[in-house]
Design a protein around this ligand. Sequence first.
Ligand SMILES: Cc1cc2nc3c(=O)[nH]c(=O)nc-3n(C[C@H](O)[C@H](O)[C@H](O)COP(=O)(O)O)c2cc1C
Length: 199
Amino acid sequence: MNNNLISLSEEPISLFEKWYAQATKAEINDPNAMNLSTVCENNKPSSRIVLLKSFNNHGFIFYTNSSSRKGKTINNNKFVSLNFHWKSILKQVRIEGSASIIEESISDEYFNSRPFESRVGAWASSQSSFLKSRSELLKKIDEIKIKFTKDTIYRPKFWNGYIVKPDLIEFWQDMPYRLHDRVEFKKTKKGWESRNLYP
Ligand SMILES: Cc1cc2nc3c(=O)[nH]c(=O)nc-3n(C[C@H](O)[C@H](O)[C@H](O)COP(=O)(O)O)c2cc1C
């Protein structure tokens, strides 16, 4: 239980950094797992988990296949929402903003840092397309391994980093008797404006 209320004078990215550090120590795995919600063409929402790979004052970065369902959806509607729930520290962070593809050199650098097998997987997976059988995927993996070595494999153009530039960040923490503590930060021309919300 936590009795320290969130200060309205916090800077939201710094506060995220503090909470993320707490979660990294406490979570049993994947403290960087976040829900990513997108809006499809028919205005219906869809959600899935992706991993936060870095963040800074500009935004929150994850990597995915641009031809996947989420990739196509973001291409059509850049507005997305992220959500972290860190069970071990009883905290939630909601982020709303717009997603865009990051500079190729940054994605190249991250792609090249991944294990060879993961890089092969990125090439072999037509993410979100119909898979007839597992053997079809394994065959593609074998083909990619013949085509590339550890030294020649490079990032496919369809595999990209995305930055979510936030215009709203809400911090939520558990408090006794469900009187939870919520602070919403909204980006304005003057900077971040904060206010408390009823739980
Ligand atoms: C813990 C966890 C982490 C994941 N991380 C990623 C990720 O970083 N990038 C990604 O494309 N998919 C990731 N996935 C898979 C996605 O949740 C999803 O199944 C996949 O991206 C296809 O989503 P789509 O069909 O909505 O595009 C992760 C799944 C889990 C459970």
